[in-house]
Design a protein around this ligand. Structure first.
Ligand code: ARG
Length: 461
């Protein structure tokens, strides 16, 4: 052994068991770009405040470039003492620039360093994921436009309720994703504080300038409280929540696709490229992507609850428990990325069987509420209208006559009301703002497209 960054204090080396448990380099090397970027800003600041000479700064910056290259092309050779990305980079920089390298960690701790790296990693990753969510929204908007006036039964309790335009149904998912994007952007706003300069927990006796490094790294401001700066993992928990809720939304889309692709529903046909077969049953075409979208939500929620549990009760400031932030965060981002890409492919190649949908939606019972509302327009209290129609529905279900016949013969309703039961008529009734008729959906689609434009302006700002 040798080469631990803290070896001065220790007479002997770490046990193998400690190293195996303690080492985070196998997973946190993923943050090497952020770690090196943070170090560049740090040494530049150290030189500006007179803690490094310009020559030392340049030596370290050159070494950092070399290390970045080695990490990027895979030629970086780790050693057993490379406990984490921070020790690995510093060890190698010091090999490359033996004298100046010893100064890179001046007025810095791995505690503020890791807080910075994870923040920067999260910032990049969330920023990258937002357009992938927007892509699914665009797919939904394009399909909403393409399916025109197609309609299907809307459901409550998974029982046919009232018919709605298919575009209205698709856009419902688009609006949920709009809130996810809002939350991602909010999260990015709150994350926008640099912890660098907090040191181990209390700042430094040296004349460092946290505002300079914050600005150099693209943060709006430096931390206000050094203890909070190294303890705060809110942005990890928040990101995990935002990604979990996004995952929940994707799981709901997934679940509907699973139902809709079933023989019993038959509302959609999946594209071959986005479905799988069975190793045994030759006739099968399975919605695996949709099932995984549904299943991955469980994994995301697990990461969120696991990490909240890790944080809960931790005393200020840094505790090694906090090293447990990275794997769930990395995995949540990877999971959401893969799910978004696959689900978008599945959605954009869906074939909608609009005749099957319409046949179900034209079920006369789906117009029962319209009949009650017809009676309201004739001046009856809604409750009374509900009772009159309910009575006809019961009698029809008991086999007395068809609902159409009963409505036509009803003194309260009659032939004019019976027209509401004709195919495609009921869905046109719900013209109230934000409602499910094709006419209301046309207005909604415009609003959604306008929202997407404002959103994309927000993303490119
Ligand atoms: N690998 C550590 C982590 O991920 C870095 C911080 C270590 N700090 C310490 N005081 N041991 O949290």
């Amino acid at each position: 052994m040798a080469g631990e960054l803290w070896e001065g204090r220790f007479a002997g080396g770490p046990s193998e068991a400690l190293q195996a448990l303690n080492d985070s380099f196998p997973f946190d090397r993923r943050m090497f770009r952020q770690d090196i970027e943070g170090s560049r800003a740090h040494v530049t600041m150290l030189a500006d405040v007179g803690l490094l000479s310009a020559g030392e700064r340049d030596e370290i910056l050159a070494a950092l470039n070399t290390v970045e290259g080695e990490m990027a092309d895979g030629s970086f050779v780790g050693v057993t003492s490379d406990e984490d990305i921070h020790t690995a980079v510093e060890r190698r920089v010091t090999e490359l620039a033996p004298d100046a390298g010893g100064k890179i960690h001046t007025a810095r701790s791995r505690n503020d360093q890791v807080a910075l790296d994870v923040r920067m990693w999260t910032r990049e990753e969330l920023t990258d994921l937002v357009p992938l969510v927007a892509r699914v929204q665009q797919t939904l908007a394009r399909q909403a436009a393409d399916v025109g006036e197609a309609y299907l039964p809307g459901y409550t309790h998974l029982q046919q309720a009232q018919s709605v335009s298919l575009a209205h149904h698709l856009l419902a998912h688009g609006w949920a994703l709009a809130r996810d994007i809002d939350r991602m952007l909010d999260c990015l706003d709150r994350l926008d504080v640099s912890p660098l300069g907090a040191g181990a927990l209390a700042g430094s006796s040296l004349p460092i300038d946290p505002a300079q490094t914050a600005a150099a790294l693209g943060f709006s401001k430096p931390f206000d409280n050094s203890l909070d700066a190294v303890s705060d993992r809110d942005y990890v928990a928040e990101s995990l929540f935002v990604l979990s809720l996004l995952g929940v939304h994707l799981s709901r889309i997934g679940e509907e696709l699973i139902l809709w692709a079933s023989t019993e529903f038959g509302f959609v046909t999946l594209d071959d490229a986005f479905s799988t077969g069975s190793s045994m049953m030759p006739q099968k075409k399975n919605p695996d992507i949709a099932e995984l979208a549904r299943g991955k939500a469980g994994r995301l929620i697990g990461h969120l609850t696991g990490f909240l549990t890790t944080l809960k009760g931790l005393p200020l400031t840094y505790n090694k428990d906090m090293q447990e932030d990275k794997e769930p965060l990395f995995d949540a981002c990877d999971t959401v990325r893969l799910t978004l890409l696959a689900l978008d492919g599945m959605l954009s190649t869906l074939q909608f069987n609009t005749e099957t949908m319409a046949a179900q939606a034209d079920n006369p019972y789906a117009a029962a509420t319209d009949l009650a509302e017809y009676l309201v327009q004739k001046g009856l209290p809604f409750r009374q209208g509900h009772a009159i129609v309910g009575d006809l529905v019961r009698r029809a279900l008991e086999g007395e006559a068809s609902l159409l016949e009963l409505v036509s013969a009803s003194p309260d309703l009659g032939p004019e009301a019976a027209e509401l039961l004709a195919p495609g008529v009921s869905v046109r009734q719900r013209t109230s703002p934000g409602g499910g008729s094709p006419a209301a959906t046309t207005v909604e689609l415009e609003a959604f497209q306008a929202h997407l434009r404002t959103q994309s302006a927000r993303l490119t700002r």
